[in-house]
Design a protein around this ligand. Structure first.
Ligand SMILES: [Zn+2]
Length: 400
């Protein structure tokens, strides 16, 4: 079958599963047509439709990873002298390690397209359907047509210490009403804990600012961030490794600050998005329902994207997990090996062997990719972008 499923007018019904919608789990069928969700509930008719069996499965909205460095996905975790007082100290330490080790230097020479593709695969393996890529070049990342909903901006800053770049980016982003994403207050002690205060003094925070980390944000600073309607992204496992601590996420949540979860890069993160959801609960102090909300509509609100809900009229970005659960508390413990099918814009983009035929029937050309010894199936075009990553880096940098 060569017809593109995503653009087919024939509806597809994922039937018999449990659906996570509006913070609750319910038995429902999900009908998809033209890349959009058209119905969630008991399907009224099965005539003239394609059917996908979701019995024994949970269908969740695809996760929104609000902060990643896709091109750094080739590296393993590197924080030899953790914990550090702040992200700058970690950066200086790790840059030195990479520069002095030919193996790490070689990883940086892998073509950028391939590194970006590997970063996308890491996300798909955890059920992420939208990812915000921090680094340059955003235009290339977009041009590659990677099989995920990609958020990029030209206005990103690695460090508040890059003062000239920061001021230039802040002015341009504000003028053009574009998001400005910057790492800030990734710190537990020292000067970097003052970065958010500094940004307020410079007038650099507004409703288009997205601050990543904000570990040392004080209650007053959080109040000011809320007043400005700026957004925050936390990368819990990364902060925990680098700093030995993470932000008090209940303080963000209590103020109703637009907030999302990010994985940062595998240089510092543990695993992927499913690990971040768990860590937001176990370390960050969020309730399970709030953690799942931050991983979906929360992240979408940070990025100002219309994704993260399983509702009629919304994009068909969702994940089918082989799992049973009765409440959000159980959903938080989903694992990557339970992901059976990831759909972005209604297209199946990743599946396991058992559903390979369904991927084919839905208009794709599945090709296997081996990740950490396990086989998954992606569309052949994407598989060709990935190459044989295990052969390049057998240690499995960024092992999902
Ligand atoms: Zn980052």
């Amino acid at each position: 079958m060569n017809e593109s499923f995503a653009h087919s007018l024939t509806p597809v019904i994922f039937f018999g599963g449990t659906v996570y919608v509006n913070d609750t789990l319910c038995h429902a069928d999900v009908t998809v047509r033209h890349g959009q969700i058209v119905h969630v509930g008991r399907a009224k008719s099965f005539r003239g439709v394609r059917m996908v069996d979701a019995e024994g499965c949970i269908i969740c909205p695809g996760w929104v990873n609000a902060h990643d460095h896709l091109d750094l996905s080739v590296y393993p975790r590197l924080a030899p002298n953790a914990p550090y007082s702040d992200g700058h100290a970690w950066g200086m330490d790790v840059l030195g390690h990479i520069a002095n080790n030919p193996k790490w230097v070689a990883l940086g020479t892998i073509p950028l397209e391939r590194r970006l593709a590997w970063g996308v695969l890491r996300n798909l393996l955890h059920g992420v359907t939208t990812v915000s890529h921090h680094n340059a070049p955003p235009d290339l990342a977009t041009r590659l047509k990677l099989p995920i909903r990609l958020h990029t901006t030209r206005f990103w800053v690695h460090s508040v210490r890059e003062i000239r770049r920061l001021h230039r980016m802040a002015v341009l982003a504000k003028t053009l009403r574009q998001p400005l994403i910057l790492h800030a207050a990734e710190a537990v002690s020292g000067l970097a804990t003052r970065e958010i205060a500094q940004l307020f003094e410079w007038g650099s925070i507004n409703d288009h600012t997205i601050l990543v980390h904000a570990v040392s944000a004080s209650p007053d600073e959080l109040d000011s961030i809320r007043k400005k309607n700026a957004a925050l992204v936390t990368c819990v496992t990364s902060n925990q490794l680098v700093l030995g601590n993470c932000a008090d996420l209940s303080a963000w949540n209590g103020r109703k600050i637009r907030s999302g979860l990010g994985t940062d890069s595998p240089l510092t993160a543990v695993g992927g998005m499913l690990d971040e959801i768990q860590a937001a609960v176990t370390l960050g102090g969020l309730s399970s329902t709030d953690a799942l909300r931050w991983a979906t509509v929360g992240g979408a609100q940070v990025l100002r994207l219309r994704v993260g809900r399983l509702c009629p009229g919304w994009p068909a970005d969702f994940v089918v997990y082989r799992a049973r659960a009765t409440c959000a508390e159980e959903l938080v413990w989903l694992r990557p090996d339970q992901v059976e099918l990831v759909c972005v814009r209604g297209k199946p983009e990743l599946t396991i062997g058992a559903r390979k035929n369904e991927m084919e029937q839905l208009g794709r050309t599945p090709k296997s990719v081996v990740v950490g010894g396990n086989e998954v199936w992606v569309d052949s075009t994407f598989a060709d972008c990935l190459g044989n990553f295990n052969a390049i880096h057998p240690a499995g940098g960024g092992t999902p």
